[in-house]
Design a protein around this ligand. Structure first.
Ligand code: PEP
Ligand code: CO
Length: 458
């Protein structure tokens, strides 16, 4: 019998009767219960009409009328919850969206991997160093990266500290946006201090100038200031991993007559927890938020078809985003059959490329990294394969930071393996730095813009 035929009535805790992978083992069950009870009384971080607005925009992207830019840290850390880091991350996402807007000529939907991306899946439960074995670091919502028994012990109070930091982050982001930080009339707010590569700086300046020119033209023609299109919204997303905390922030909205996860606009299901019949899929199928689903090499087409059916039985537009992450070396082989399987199932989905998680490698020195050329190659292959298969790539998903880190190899400034040691700060996966991120956006925009350079009249 298929998974969909076995479904029982959903409620926010129905996942508890299913096998739940990647959950921390708390030594004190009563303390966990107290923390979760406290979390469920706190006000929501987002509201249902924002979530519905995002769903409508994702439906547009699905039809090829908008493009999703989803990006941020692999794992946010509590320590990085400070104004400069948050503003820088916002800035790079804004700059990228500006470049994409200009190149793709469609609205860009901006979704951060932030304000709640505090829990991480790990490949093993325990870590051994020099004969000492301790629980793995599972993100700041769960425990601490330091290798001592105290730091590695899962602490339920951290869920409340995570909630608070998510609220602080979101509050700051909202205030910046409301104050005009994202206004296209003022791209000079987003200084380019980090951009050392001169050609890149010049190319970016050209884009900014051309947008300013178009705005001026439109506004002088219409006699109106363009507000709605220039202010731009920001949405949040994180991996729906720690199910006790997701459940605690799940609320019934009387007006909508549905349950929503109000800790984020767009939760996603990670590769490691996309098990049919598993707890994460059970939890996500019942909430009304748009859901992301990671699709990697390990997922068979039959498995994906069942997931699509379970997660979006009504085939609602904007509900399901498939974030494929095959890696540059496997995408040619895997993506066409996945597109075909989804089409055969009659499902409408938004296709997004995550060129990060299939391209992680370890250097001979034992450092986890990703190569810019592989990241770019996977994005380019995605555009090409979707076009050849008659579907549309409607977005990209990146791990990035506004800081000048050296975690990924390559890009305009040609970072090498030797550079990694200089500013390698991530606790989990290697991120693109601000310069590499902007360059990537430019390469995407250039690629998309290329056919438009062909004269329309000859
Ligand atoms: C992630 O997005 O950080 C992640 C762990 O991805 P995936 O589930 O695709 O491996
Ligand atoms: Co990651």
């Amino acid at each position: 019998m298929s998974q969909s035929a076995k479904l029982v009535p959903w409620h926010p805790a129905s996942w508890q009767s299913r096998p739940a992978g990647q959950q921390p083992k708390y030594p004190d069950a009563a303390a966990l219960e107290r923390a979760v009870a406290a979390l469920s009384r706190l006000p929501p971080l987002v509201v249902s009409w924002e979530i519905e607005a995002l769903r409508a925009k994702l439906a547009q992207a699905q039809r090829g009328e908008a493009f999703l830019l989803q990006g941020g840290d692999c794992a946010e850390s509590f320590e990085d919850c400070e104004s400069d880091k948050i503003a820088k991350r916002l800035k790079i996402l804004l700059q990228m969206s500006l470049v994409l807007l200009q190149g793709l000529k469609k609205p860009v939907i901006r979704v951060g991997r932030f304000a709640g991306q505090y829990a991480k899946p790990r490949s093993t439960d325990m870590e051994t160093r020099d004969g000492v074995t301790l629980p793995c670091y599972r993100g700041d919502n769960v425990n601490r990266p330091g290798f001592t028994p105290l730091e590695r012990e899962p602490d339920p109070e951290l869920l409340l500290r995570g909630y608070e930091r998510a609220a602080l982050t979101l509050n700051f982001v909202r205030a910046l946006i409301d104050g005009g930080f994202a206004d296209l009339h003022h791209p000079e707010y987003w200084d380019l201090g980090f951009l050392r590569d001169a050609p890149l700086r010049e190319a970016y300046q050209k884009i900014v100038d051309s947008i300013a020119e178009s705005l001026e033209f439109f506004e002088s023609m219409s006699g109106q200031r363009v507000h709605a299109a220039t202010r731009g919204d920001f949405y949040t997303s994180h991996e729906a991993l720690h199910l006790m905390s997701e459940q605690a922030q799940t609320r019934y909205i009387e007006r909508q007559k549905r349950w929503y996860n109000l800790s984020t606009h767009m939760p996603w299901i990670g590769m490691r927890t996309a098990t049919l019949g598993g707890a994460h899929v059970e939890y996500c199928r019942g909430i009304a938020n748009p859901i992301g689903l990671k699709v990697g090499v390990g997922m068979s087409v039959e498995w994906l078809q069942e997931l699509v059916q379970v997660l979006n039985p009504q085939n609602q537009a904007g509900r399901l985003t498939l974030i494929h992450r095959f890696g540059a070396k496997d995408i040619e082989q895997r993506l066409p059959e996945v597109i075909e399987a989804v089409r055969a199932a009659g499902a409408q989905v938004l296709w997004v490329c995550d060129p990060m998680h299939g391209n992680t490698e370890t250097t001979s020195g034992g450092v986890k990294t990703r190569r810019f050329e592989n990241i770019l190659a996977e994005v380019e292959a995605s555009f090409r394969i979707h076009a050849a298969c008659g579907s549309t790539l409607g977005g990209v998903h990146f791990e990035l930071t506004g800081e000048d880190v050296t975690e990924c190899i390559g890009g305009a400034r040609g970072l090498t393996e030797a550079d990694l040691a200089r500013a390698y700060k991530t606790q989990v996966d290697p991120r693109l730095n601000a310069e590499q991120s902007l360059e990537l956006a430019m390469r995407i925009a250039e690629r998309a813009g290329a056919p438009r350079r062909v004269p329309l009249l000859s």
